[in-house]
Design a binder for this molecule. Structure first.
Ligand code: HEC
Length: 123
């Protein structure tokens, strides 16, 4: 009977562990938001992630690993590199998760004022 119970419970436990670690890797956007400010990302990428002297980060199309690799060594002297001592992989996953929540700007066709001005200009 013991064997039977273990045989049933072990896979259940293993599965829930997998679920928990998958969730942990997704990053926490709330923590990421604070770090986006504390580590000056906003200074070059804007609070919206899409203005300032740095590149647009929204919509974020990089996978977390690619994002992390980039921030570790941007390969440009315009952005400082953030080593694992400064920001861990987990912290960067949080920042990534936060950037993912930032809304993209609407297309010109979806902005009523742009449509109105175009109509007035006869275009
Ligand atoms: C001093 C200014 C500065 C700071 C601070 C900064 N960046 Fe950047 N970042 C840049 C610039 C400039 C680029 C574009 C470099 C290029 O393409 O030559 C860039 C590019 C990026 C890219 C690549 C975007 C793409 O699509 O190629 C990512 C991702 C990024 N930054 C994330 C971050 C994060 C996260 C932080 C904070 C931890 C941060 N940056 C802080 C200036 C900055």
């Amino acid at each position: 009977m013991k064997k039977l119970i273990f045989g049933f419970l072990a896979p259940v436990a293993a599965t829930s562990l997998l679920v928990v670690s998958a969730v942990a890797q997704q990053g926490d956007a709330t923590r990421g938001k604070k770090m986006f400010v504390d580590y000056s990302c906003y200074a070059c990428h804007g609070f919206s992630g899409q203005n300032g002297p740095g590149k647009r980060l929204v919509p974020m199309k990089m996978a977390t690993v690619v994002f992390t690799a980039y921030v570790r060594s941007p390969g440009t002297n315009q952005m400082p590199s953030y080593s694992a001592k400064v920001l861990s992989d987990a912290q960067l996953a949080d920042i990534w998760a936060y950037i993912k929540t930032l809304p993209d700007s609407p297309e010109a066709k979806d902005i009523p004022l742009v449509q109105q001005l175009k109509a007035e200009a006869g275009k």
